[in-house]
Design a protein around this ligand. Structure first.
Ligand code: G6P
Length: 474
């Protein structure tokens, strides 16, 4: 067997940047994966010429390493049972709801935990096998929290970073997890643990103190070593971002601008287009948004024909019960609102249960007068940043939940508490009637802030911190 190729830089995430799918002609092919993580890391990977270790998105698929769209990928196989227990179960029905303020009740099952451990080990082994001596390995997100410690055990020479793309919950919630010590131990295998918000890093350090009593002095945690002495682990906020330039450039393309005009026309040239773009997930507050929108219609504050809400809800985790229920609830509400308020010529809500290519999303952002991001809890929310990046015309109003990580930076948005339906309605109306001058000044301020921290700033800051921490540790 040929010796594995070795890489100096490796990204490890549950999902590869591309999913294996079967195309319309029945041929296997690759398609870009959903979610913010891939959007954020793709440019970093292109720059580094490293390898990306991850799952191809389908059960029981043994695929050799390959290069797709210029990125070296190393697929890790998951059995159907592992997809059920590790991915749908422990990752998305235990950790996801637990880390998002228990909006949906997390389920705790011992066999899911066992599968999580086994799969994390497989990812650690796959990464160890292709890492050059002293390579840097950057592990991503909540699905792989045990990988840092497993990898350190296998390959003490490596520099190991971890970034958590979702919130890290306060100890009162985190402590519900039966395996709370093991997860923290897994993460502490990294040299640097990155979080979206300062609050998340604080929550993690507190969990370390409560569970292990280790000394922490922000951003450092002193982890005692078996033979005496200690290692220093850095736990710090690195708010993630997007490739601002590429979104802006796309939004300036004449055919995209024309597509935005066409979308407006197809919607009947309403005065106000409101837009929501989310994975269909209970953390996103889509129901709260629909409730507020419905009440505005009911009170006559807005009318169909004059306003429309376009809601893109991309399919997600469709075999997890909480997601099936959510879909039923949302689609019932959308059906009711359209039934009550739509006319033959004008809809109340254009509901689209699809994922779209980036070009179409950018055209939608350009067409939308008001962007609604009403998450109940969200690590960052890159949709908010994408909207701002696309609005080179310095127009459009962003209504943004204070419970999204993005609210820490995008303070010139209309910040809302989505649980407060009256407050949400007021902000939506404020957005509808906001004078052009105010829209311009807010959008300019948002765009300045966004340009200060684009995704390459994010990755470079993280990787510099990682390199510094590793140098100190040697
Ligand atoms: C969020 C998570 C990612 C995940 C994405 C899509 O952005 O932070 O880790 O990949 O959602 O979810 P999925 O379960 O389809 O990978």
């Amino acid at each position: 067997m040929p010796k594995n190729q070795e890489y100096d830089f490796i990204v490890v995430s549950n999902r590869l940047p591309v999913d294996r799918i079967i195309d319309v002609d029945g041929e296997p092919t690759w398609r870009r994966s959903p979610g913010g993580l891939v959007t954020a890391l793709e440019p970093v990977m292109r720059e580094a010429d490293g390898a990306w270790v991850g799952w191809a998105g389908k059960a029981d698929l043994e695929l050799p390493p390959s290069t797709e769209d210029g990125i070296h990928i190393v697929p890790v196989a998951l059995s159907a049972l592992e997809v059920e227990h590790y991915y749908e179960g422990f990752s998305n029905d235990t950790l996801w709801p637990l880390y998002h303020d228990v909006i949906s009740p997390p389920a705790f099952h011992r066999e899911w935990w066992e599968s999580y451990r086994a799969v994390n080990r497989r990812f650690a082994e796959a990464s160890a096998a292709i890492a050059a001596p002293n390579a840097t390995v950057w592990v991503q997100d909540y699905q792989l929290q045990l990988v840092p410690a497993m990898l350190r055990e296998l390959r003490p020479d490596l520099t190991i970073g971890f970034f958590n793309h979702i919130p890290f919950p306060p100890y009162g919630i985190y402590s519900q997890l039966p395996w709370r010590r093991q997860i923290v131990e897994g993460l502490l295998g990294a040299d640097v643990i990155g979080f979206q918000r300062v609050a998340d890093a604080g929550n993690f350090s507190r969990a370390v103190r409560r569970l292990f009593g280790y000394a922490t002095k922000s951003p450092e945690i002193r982890v005692p070593l078996e033979g005496g002495g200690h290692r220093t682990v850095v736990a710090k906020a690195f708010p993630i971002s997007i490739d601002v330039e590429s979104f802006e450039q796309m939004a300036r393309r004449p055919e995209i601008i024309e597509r935005a005009r066409q979308i407006r026309e197809d919607l009947g040239n309403p005065t106000t287009i409101m837009l929501g773009v989310d994975r269909l997930d209970y953390t996103k507050g889509i129901g709260h948004r629909l409730k507020a929108y419905g009440e505005l219609l009911s009170s006559g504050s807005i009318t169909v024909g004059d306003s429309i809400l376009v809601q893109v809800a991309s399919p997600s985790r469709e075999r997890v019960e909480a997601y099936m229920q959510l879909r039923d609830e949302i689609e019932l509400t959308v059906g009711r609102l359209n039934g009550d308020y739509a006319t033959i010529s004008h809809g109340a809500i254009a509901y689209l249960h699809h994922g779209y290519p980036r070009e179409e999303m950018v055209a939608l952002y350009l067409a939308a007068d008001v962007m609604l991001v009403t998450a109940l809890r969200d690590g960052m929310n890159l949709v908010a940043k994408e909207y701002v990046a696309c609005r080179h015309d310095e127009d459009g109003v962003l209504v943004l939940s204070e419970f999204a990580g993005a609210a820490d930076e995008l303070k010139n948005a209309l910040l809302v508490n989505p649980h407060d339906i009256e407050g949400l309605k007021e902000s939506m109306m404020q957005a509808v009637v906001m004078p052009k001058r105010e829209r311009g000044s807010r959008m300019r301020a948002l765009r300045r802030r966004l340009r200060d921290n684009d995704v390459s700033h994010w990755s470079h800051t993280f990787l510099e911190t990682l390199e510094g921490a590793a140098r100190k540790a040697r």
